[in-house]
Structures are given as structure tokens and as C-alpha cells.
Design a protein around this ligand. Structure first.
Ligand code: ADP
Length: 254
């Protein structure tokens, strides 16, 4: 891994993990020697078996957890976090859920209304502002959750398997939405998934982790243009990369 030197690298790299270790009280070693960077303009996806420390990695990146050794350097405090569950408040409408983070950040009513209207439109939920979460599909709840995070204009977006519970068609639609948001709003992404094809489709870089304790076994640059043409999923080049990532994943499991 290259060591950041001048000021240019400093502003380019938003997340820099150097030899990060995580041992929980009780002795579980979740991460060992993790070196990982996310630069502006990158969408990095981490794949790895269950329990290998992927969520722990995101929690350290977000500041919810502190690494027990090594360095985890974040060069921005504008971080968005989207969880597997949409985590909406059931008694609040779409509009009021989307305004929540802006509200907690003391933005004025007018400012957060305007911002929420903008991000609701960005995720394609205009017309559903007055709906309650229970009146929405799973995909729409996830869009609401995305809109809520987008109100804070994150520079780095952390995603903890956000589409894992959705059916395949909804997941593919949301993957395309996410790519559209990535290419228009210019956040950098760190995304976790179990799905190798989702990882290759979404990312500029795929990182493969081993079983616990999680180490990075291999990183792959994804050569396809952004925004992605949905048809690339059916090309030989795409299938080959999915095959290589799957192979690394199997090797890292032993
Ligand atoms: P993944 O997201 O890859 O499924 P996690 O990061 O959730 O994995 O967990 C990695 C390992 O660390 C697991 O064995 C898990 O049980 C353990 N772990 C996670 N959080 C804690 C905690 N707060 N205390 C103790 N062990 C934990």
C-alpha cells in the first residue's frame, strides 16, 4: 500500500485504514492488519463471509467503534450511514423521516424542508411525502433512508448491506439508482454486501475479506464505465470478474 505524502493525497483520501486491528473485550479478534483506502471518486465494496468483521469495519469508519490497534484516519466528518434496515420512525411521514437528520443538526425549518424536497426528488419519491413507512414497499423505505442521509450531503457514504433483504428486481433497480446518485452527487462509497455480482456492478474497486479474523485477501479494480450500462451484467468480461472475485472469496475462506 502506498503511504500518503503531500497535501494532494491528503485531500483525495477520505478514509485511510492502516494496519487496523479489532479485538473485542472477551477476546474475539474481528479484524487483523486491515489496510484500506477510499478516495474521492471511488466506490469501494467489501465482500466477505458472515462474521468476518465487515460491519465492524464500517463501525470503525463511522466512529461508532474505536480500533484496538493501527490507525483509522477519516478526512471528513460528512459521513452518511445506511443500515440493512431502513431504520425509519414508524409514526413519521416520509417527509418528516427525511428531515430528521437535518433537524438533529439544528437546521432551520425552511432549510430542511427545501433540502428534504430536493433529496426526496433525487431518490424518486416525489408524491409520497405524506406516506407513513408502513404504506411503502421495502424498496421505497430504503429510498427514504437514502434521502434522509443525503440531506447532510455526505462526502463519504457507508452502506451496511442495505439491499440484502430486498427481492432481486428491487435490488437491481436500487443499484442503478445508487450509481446514478454516485455519479451526480459525487460522494465516495464504502459498501458491504454478500453478493459478488452486486459488488462488481456497483463498484470501482472490490475488496475481498477472509473469514474471521477478517484480513484483506485481494483487491480488484473494476474497469467498466460509470454510470454502468445494466447490460454489462450479461457480458463475458463481467462474468469473468465475478468469477475471479468469487474464487478469491473461496480461497480466503480456508
Ligand atoms: P460481519 O459484518 O462480517 O458479519 P461483524 O463485524 O458483525 O461481522 O462481526 C465480526 C465478529 O466480531 C463476529 O464474530 C462478531 O460476533 C464479533 N463482534 C461484533 N461486535 C462485537 C461486540 N460488540 N462485542 C464482541 N464481539 C463482537
Amino acid at each position: 500500500m502506498s503511504t500518503p505524502t503531500g497535501a494532494d493525497t491528503k485531500t483525495r483520501t477520505l478514509l485511510d485504514f492502516r494496519n487496523v486491528e479489532m479485538t473485542f473485550p472477551g477476546g474475539t479478534v474481528a479484524l487483523r492488519g486491515v489496510d484500506l483506502t477510499v478516495d474521492r471518486g471511488e466506490f469501494v465494496t467489501v465482500v466477505g463471509p458472515s462474521g468476518c468483521g465487515k460491519s465492524t469495519l464500517l463501525r470503525i469508519a463511522s466512529g461508532l467503534e474505536t480500533a484496538s490497534d493501527g490507525e483509522a484516519i477519516m478526512s471528513t466528518d460528512r459521513i452518511g450511514y445506511v443500515f440493512q434496515d431502513a431504520t425509519l420512525l414508524p409514526w413519521r411521514t416520509v417527509q418528516d423521516n427525511v428531515e430528521l437528520l437535518a433537524e438533529l443538526n439544528w437546521q432551520t425549518t425552511a432549510a430542511r424542508r427545501a433540502k428534504a424536497a430536493e433529496t426526496i426528488e433525487l431518490v424518486g419519491l416525489t408524491g409520497f411525502e405524506k406516506h407513513l413507512p408502513r404504506q411503502l414497499s421495502g424498496g421505497m423505505r430504503m429510498r427514504t433512508s437514502l434521502a434522509r442521509s443525503l440531506t447532510l450531503e455526505p462526502e463519504l457514504f457507508l452502506f451496511d448491506e442495505p439491499f440484502g433483504a430486498l427481492d432481486e428486481i428491487t435490488r437491481e433497480n436500487l443499484n442503478d439508482e445508487l450509481i446514478r446518485l454516485f455519479t451526480t452527487t459525487r460522494f465516495a462509497g464504502l459498501f458491504i454486501t454478500h453478493s459478488v455480482s452486486e459488488a462488481v456492478y456497483l463498484s470501482t474497486k472490490v475488496v475481498v475479506m477472509s473469514g474471521r479474523p477478517g484480513r484483506i485477501v485481494e483487491q480488484f479494480d473494476v474497469p467498466f464505465d460509470m454510470p454502468r450500462d445494466p447490460e454489462i451484467r450479461y457480458t463475458g468480461e463481467f462474468a469473468q470478474l465475478v468469477g475471479e472475485v468469487s474464487h478469491a472469496l473461496r480461497e480466503g475462506h480456508h
